[in-house]
Each structure stands twice: as C-alpha cells, then as structure tokens.
Write a protein that binds this ligand. Structure first.
Ligand code: C2E
Ligand code: MG
Ligand code: MG
Length: 825
C-alpha cells in the first residue's frame, strides 16, 4: 500500500548530529521517513518554499542564522509543518521561547536515539492530526449550531453563559459578547420571571430536565414567545453546567391568542343569545335531527312544565304535547315538518299545549329549521306563546289604556310615550319632531245641536281622514272632544310639517256625510317643532296648543307655527277677544237667572241676570273668564247692551205670557256706566221692549259710583227718574263714602258673598254683616245677602233681620226656561 512517507527536513550544520538523527530514523520499522538534510538556514528556507515537508528538525545555531529570529523565519516559511527544535544543553531558554512561538516541541540532541526519536516524531505527528480534527469538529459544530432554528444557551455550573448560537441571539436580541457570562434569567420578560423562577425551583434548579414557555423581552421592547427546554450537561456522571434550547413560538402563540379571542367572542355571543331568549315573552325550544330536545328557554320551561335539565335529550313529543283544541287529536310535530321540508312552518290552527301537569293552554306556534355551517339542516327551533283568554285580555287592557275607545287612535298616554321616543331618536339622527295640535272648529256646536251619536260618527270619520294624510310611522292621536294631535316623528325641516298641515286642511275641506247630514268641519292647527321651539315633551305639547289657539283666534281653518312671542296667556286673551266679537255677531251669549228670596216667606221677590257664553268649541263659559277681557277691550259696552235688552225682553215676554214675573237685576260695569250713550241706550231698550222700568234694577259696585261721585250722582238721578231701580253690588268690598251713600238714590245693598261666607267662620264676618244690615235698614234700603249656601247662614241672616238672600242655598242660576217654571201664573 502506498502510504506517503513522512518527509523530515534536518537543518543542522553539525554533520555528526545530523548523521545520528538520520541513523535513528533509518532504523525504525514503521512508516518510512524520507529524510533530507541541509546545513544552512538559507538552504532550509529555500527547501521549505518548495513545500511537502512534514517535519522540520531545526538547530538554532546555524552559520547563517541563530536563535529565535532563525526560528521565526522557518515558522513563517512552513506554517503547516511540525517544527521540532534541536536543542543543546545550554540552549534551554531559547528552546522554550521557540515552543511558545509555535514550535511543536524540542529534542535534546543528547537523547537522540533510534529507539524513541521515531516514536517521539510519530507522537507529535499524531497529536497534531488529532488537534486539527478537534478544531475541525468544533468549527463544524459551530456551523451546525448556528444553522439551527433553535436557540442554544450553554452555561457552566455557576450558571454563567459559556456559549450561545445565532438563533439565540436572534431570539434574545443580544449578541455573543452580551450573552457570554450572563445568566439565562436576564432575558426573560419581567412579567414572566417570577413564574418561571418558581417552575425552575420546582425542577430542582434545573437539576432535572425542565421545560416551560415564556417571553423574551428584547432591548427594543420586542417580545418573543418561546418554549425553553433545559437539561444538565453531564461530564461522566456529574452535571457540568446546563444547555438550554429555545424555540421561537410567537406565531403559534399569536394563533392561540386569536383562537382564545374567538372562543371568548363565541362565549359572549352564546351568553347574549341565552339572555335574550330568556327575556323574551315567547317560549323557545330546539331539537336535533332526531327530534330530541336540545334547548329550551325559561318561558318554555314554565309553559311545558318541564325543567330544562329533565327535558334535555327527551323526545319533543313528550315535552311539547300539542293537540287540536276542537278535535282533541294530536297535532303533527311542527319541528319534524320544518326539518323534513326545510322551511318555516306556520302555526296549526286551534293548537292547545298540554302542560306536564295536564293544564292546557291555547298557543300559537311556528317552527323553523336550524342549519349547520355547511347549510345542512341540523335540527329545528319552535317558538310559541300563550294566546289563552287571560293573555289576550291583558293585551286588550293595555290597548285600551293606550287608545281612544271611539276612534281606536292612540290616546294621550301613548302619545306622550311616542313623543319622548321620537325626541330621543331625533336627537340621535339629528332630525326634528313636529307636533300638530288640531281642533275641529265648531265641534261643540255640532255635538250639541245634532247629538252625540252624530258627533261620535263625525269624530270617527275625521280620524280616518287624518290618518290618510300622514305616514304610518307618524302618530295620530285623539286628545278628547274635537281635539287631535299628530306626531310627525322624523322631519328634516319645518316645511315638512307645513305641507302636512296644508294636506290636513285640504282633506277637511270636503264635507262629511253623516246620518243624513252634510257636515262642514274646518280645522285649526297649531304646530310646534322640536328642537327649534321646544326643549322637551311638555313644552312641545304646550306650544302646539298655544299655536292652535292662535290659529283659532285669527279666524280658524288655518295652521300656525308656534312663535316665541305667543305667550300662552296673551294668546288666550287674544283668542277670547276675537271670539267675543264673533260671539256678539253670532249671538253666542245667553242669560241665566238666579232667584232672590224673601227669607221669612221663601217667596221669590226678584232675580239676577247672569251672563253665560256658549262657545262652539269650548262650551259654556262663565263670566269670570271673559268679563274682565271684555272690559279691557271695550267690548263690554255692546255686550252689556245686549244683556240689558235680553233681560228686558225676557221679563216682558214672561209678563206677556201671564207669568207672575219678578224684577230682574242686571250687572253694569264701569265702562258701560260711564259710556255717554248709556242713559239713552237704557231708555231706548225700555222703550223698545216695552218693559215697565220698575221691573229693572241695575247693579253697580261701590267703586263704579264713587269713582267720580259727582258725575255718578247725576247719572244715578237720571236712572231713578226713569223709574229704574239701583243696587250696590258686592257691598263692603269697595270704598264707600257714607255721606254719598246717603245721598245717592239707592234702593238695594247687596252684601258681598265673602262676608256671608265668613258668617259662620269668624265673628268679623258676622259683625260686618250685622253692621251692613243695620246701616241699610237705617237708610231705608233693601238689604240682600249674596252667596247664601248654608242653613247656618240663613239662620244668622234671619236673626240679624236681613230679609232677603240670594245663593245656591235657594237656587243655582237657571236657564230662562227652568227659571220660568219657578214663576207662578
Ligand atoms: P255678581 O254680580 O256678584 O254675581 C253673583 C255671582 O255669584 C254669580 O257668579 C253667581 O252665580 C254666584 N253665586 C250665586 N249664588 C252663589 C252661592 O251660593 N255661592 C257661590 N259661591 N256663588 C254664588 P257668576 O254668574 O259667575 O258671575 C260672576 C260675576 O260676573 C258677577 O258677580 C258679575 O260681577 C259678573 N257678571 C255676571 N253677569 C254679568 C253681566 O251681564 N254683565 C256684567 N257687566 N257683569 C256680569
Ligand atoms: Mg251682581
Ligand atoms: Mg255680587
């Protein structure tokens, strides 16, 4: 076999030494040495540059080179060769230096012999080869470990790092220098550190194999999820440090977290569905394909009488027993059909559910198939509810509470609720809400003249027409009487409400044909818009109402938007003022008559005429509501004239019809009394009606006559001259001068009701009444007490010798016909 001989170059100027070496190498038996010999450094260097020299045996005292400089030159020329320095006994120091600088070893010339020189050479040759291999294997280990995706961290028995690979550097964000000497714990995320440390301790500080997952926190805040395994490194039987492998599991973790989030969302969803199903009024059951129960909500538990836990997995026909209420035959299970036909199955008519305890309910049900992810039917759900009478009754009751019985329209209760909702929605959608307050003009009149039946029918027809003018999302509501309210839920601008109002007016322009009557009904509409002119439900209603009054006052049959200057009271005044003019024109006034009684005999000795106003919209209105307004705007003059004429006409008519009529008192207000035409008017009326003047008494308050006492005196005298009587009304409440009182031609003092009311409650009232009675008597006046309501008052008046009284105790003010019945022939 051609084993390459080892080429040995002897560099030795001493021929004897050189020969000894050659002989020693030649005698050996093993692999042959090919020996070359040179005597000079220069020749040696020359030879080495040609290569192929395995071993150099170098003498360091050559003729052309000595010591370390000579060695360095040879070492440079043959870096791969083994250099053995041949040393003489006195060269020990230099020899050692040479070994430090790269020489493989040295040979003492004195010991060169055939026995051990070849062995020594072989040994160093082999030693070098093994070292080379070791270096190679270390390099390839490094390359391998750097190629691995697993991070590797090796630590010594003290725990400080002795080695880390490229993957570890990537995971930890540290470089080799930074890891060297460090502890593995330092790179762990602070939040994980305590846990990992506890696990580490549990694994006997890594004496046992250890595995865990934790995060690396890099300097740049980057987080890497890892799975780390640690095992002791054994040196024979003894642990000698540990090796950790670190796997980057960030991706897997991200996927896990995502899954977790999905699971959580799913759980939430399920919980929500569960809560929903338990809070709805319907019962819900579901089954699998085989018809076994898989779910039921609380209502279903109650209605079937089966607790969920007991029903779960049972056949549906057992839990949900239904029969036909009339035939008592079992009804086919709707779930089975829904599954078979793969569609929603409506309710079976007259379906009765038999509860577990035998109790029966009328129910309505429907069933629908449930599909799985692939769209295949996987079961069915049944939804049902109780339609038994109790239930329907309850529903009816709520309907009644929220609706107008006549028209079926929502009533004020429901309207208020819807208005609040509409306002909420409008806020959210940045829209507006309009409220239209409608009042049928003259409705009261129609109702009174044609009767309630016709009135009701009219309201129903009106309701229908109103409904046809608005969207289904709007609410038409009846407030009562001829009043309706329309809520326009989401409008964009005021103009939208105006359009509807016009539509409503147009619709009402067509006559209604009811019970053979052709009725013409117009509307007055007030509109308020949220949030433009109102801030809440109350103000929306209030403002629409005010605007409606405004529409009425300016002639009806029109619509008005609310305006800030429409102060409610001012509007009402304006309305009344306008209405009074109309009332005068259309004769909407009438007189009630209240008897005046002689207390001792109970006989009627007179009557007071009290005005009333029959408004076609508002009904009967009392004088306290409109007299002061009529006074303010001067309308009291023509109204007063009407009262005078009517009273005179009436008494004359009674007299003419043969009734035993009594004198009538008519109230005269300040403005009338001071009107320059008052006297002439009075005279004309007496003449016109032909009533004897002593049948007429005028009631004036103290303030009226005392206001300009001198001027009053002449008017009063003139009245007396006409034969008309005079009474002082509400006596005691105003300011009287006794001297005038004595001089004025007064016939009657009417003690104000407030004193009469006080008779029984305080002595002050009683004293005044006694004083007035006494004074009146001494002046020769008739004294009458107003507002007599109780027997106690009557007794007191009698005891105080007050002869006459007027008040509810004797009679309410009565309409003319009723009053006439009290008059005897
Ligand atoms: P007055 O002239 O003092 O009339 C008496 C008022 O007391 C009437 O109220 C009458 O209904 C009421 N009355 C009668 N008996 C009782 C009773 O026992 N208890 C109570 N609490 N009240 C009783 P009415 O009709 O509402 O009239 C109120 C006021 O309006 C009258 O007070 C009068 O000042 C004025 N008024 C009534 N009619 C006319 C009228 O034609 N022209 C003018 N200018 N004023 C009138
Ligand atoms: Mg009066
Ligand atoms: Mg009075």
């Amino acid at each position: 076999m051609g084993v390459q001989p080892t080429t040995v170059l002897i560099v030795e100027d001493d021929a004897t030494d050189a020969r000894l070496i050659r002989e020693a190498l030649a005698t050996t038996g093993g692999s042959p040495f090919h020996v070359e010999w040179v005597t000079q450094l220069t020749t040696a260097l020359e030879r080495l540059t040609r290569g192929n020299v395995d071993v150099v045996l170098l003498d360091l005292s050559l003729p052309d080179g000595q010591g370390i400089p000579a060695f360095d030159q040879v070492f440079q020329a043959a870096p791969n060769a083994l250099i053995l320095v041949l040393s003489a006994a006195n060269e020990e120091k230099t020899t050692r230096q040479a070994v430090q600088r790269g020489a493989q070893d040295y040979l003492a010339k004195a010991h060169v012999d055939a026995h051990w020189l070849p062995r020594a050479l072989r040994y160093v040759i082999e030693h070098k080869a093994t070292r080379g291999k070791l270096q190679d294997s270390e390099a390839s280990f490094r390359a391998m470990s750097d190629a691995s995706p697993l991070g590797i961290f090796v630590s010594d028995s003290q725990g400080s790092c002795t080695y880390t690979n490229a993957a570890y550097h990537k995971i930890s964000g540290l470089n080799f220098e930074q890891t060297l000497g460090s502890n593995w714990m330092t790179a762990i995320h602070p939040e994980d550190r305590a846990r990992v440390l506890a696990e580490w301790r549990a694994a006997a500080m890594g004496e046992e194999p250890f595995q865990t997952e934790y995060r690396f926190l890099q300097e740049n805040e980057n987080i890497v999820w890892t799975r780390v395994s640690s095992a002791p490194m054994l040196d024979g039987l003894h642990a000698n440090g540990r090796v950790k492998t670190v796997e980057d599991i960030s991706e897997r973790k991200a996927a896990e977290f995502k899954l977790l989030a999905v699971e959580e969302a799913l759980y939430d969803e399920k919980e929500r569905a569960q809560a929903t199903l338990n809070s709805i009024g319907d019962a819900v059951l579901s089954t699998d394909l085989l018809g076994n129960l898989t779910y039921m909500n609380l209502v279903a538990e109650t209605m079937t009488g089966w607790p969920y836990a007991a029903a779960l997995g049972r056949s549906l026909s057992e839990v949900f027993r239904i029969i036909n209420g009339t035939t008592r035959q079992a009804i086919a299970n709707p779930a089975q059909r829904a599954i078979k036909e793969n569609k929603t199955i409506g309710l079976a008519a007259d379906c009765v559910l038999i509860r577990r305890d035998g109790f029966e309910f009328a129910i309505e049900d429907s069933s629908a198939p449930i599909h799985n992810r692939d769209g295949r039917v996987s079961g069915a759900v049944i939804v049902f509810h109780d339609v038994s009478t109790a239930k329907s009754m309850a529903l009816k009751m709520t309907h009644i509470a929220q609706h107008d019985f006549l028209t079926g329209l929502p009533n004020r209760v429901l309207l208020t609720e819807r208005l609040s909702q509409a306002i909420l929605l409008a806020d959210r959608h940045r829209m507006q809400v309009a409220l239209l307050f409608l009042d049928l003009d003259n409705f009261k009149h129609i109702n009174d003249s044609l009767g309630h039946a016709i009135g009701d029918k009219l309201l129903e027809s009106v309701a229908e027409r109103l409904m046809s003018c608005v969207r289904t999302t709007d609410t038409v509501c009846r407030q009562g009487g001829g009043e309706f309210v329309i809520l326009l839920a989401e409008i964009e601008q005021q103009q939208d409400a105006a359009l509807i109002a016009e539509k409503l007016l147009a619709a009402s322009a067509l006559p209604y044909s009811i019970g053979g009557h052709e009725l013409h009904v117009t509307l007055s509409i007030g509109i308020s818009v949220y949030p433009d002119d109102s801030i809440n439900t109350d103000s929306v209603m209030q403002n629409a109402d005010t605007a409606m009054y405004h529409a009425k006052s300016i002639g009806r049959n029109n619509y008005q938007f609310f305006k800030a200057d429409m102060n409610t009271n001012a509007v009402r005044r304006l309305v009344i003022e306008n209405s009074l003019r109309r009332a005068l024109r259309q004769e909407e006034f009438l007189l009630h008559y209240q008897p005046q009684i002689d207390i001792a005999s109970g006989a009627m000795i007179g009557a007071e005429a009290l005005i009333r106003w029959q408004d076609p919209d508002l009904g009967l209105i009392q004088p306290t509501q409109f007299i002061s307004i009529a006074e303010e705007c001067g309308l009291i003059v023509p109204i007063g004239r009407w009262v005078l004429r009517e009273a005179c006409r009436q008494v004359k008519a009674w007299l003419d019809s043969g009734l035993h009529a009594v004198p009538v008192s008519v109230n005269v207000s300040a403005l009338e009394f001071r009107d320059k035409n008052f006297l002439s008017g009075l005279g004309a009326i007496l003449k016109e009606t032909g009533l004897a003047p002593h049948y007429l008494e005028l009631e004036l308050t103290e303030n009226i006559i005392m206001h300009d006492a001198k001027a009053s005196a002449s008017v009063l005298e003139a009245i007396k001259a006409m034969g008309v009587r005079l009474a002082i009304d509400d006596f005691g409440t105003g300011y009287s001068s006794l001297s005038y009182l004595q001089r004025f031609p007064i016939n009657t003092l009417k003690i104000d009701q407030s004193f009469v009311r006080d008779i029984a409650t305080n002595t002050y009232g009683a004293n005044i009444v006694s004083a007035v009675i006494g004074m009146g008597k001494s002046l020769g006046h008739r004294v009458i007490a107003e507002g007599v309501e109780t027997q106690e008052q009557v007794d007191f008046l009698q005891a105080s010798q007050c002869a006459q009284g007027q008040g509810f105790k004797f009679s309410l003010p009565l309409v003319a016909d009723a009053f006439a019945c009290l008059l005897t022939k």
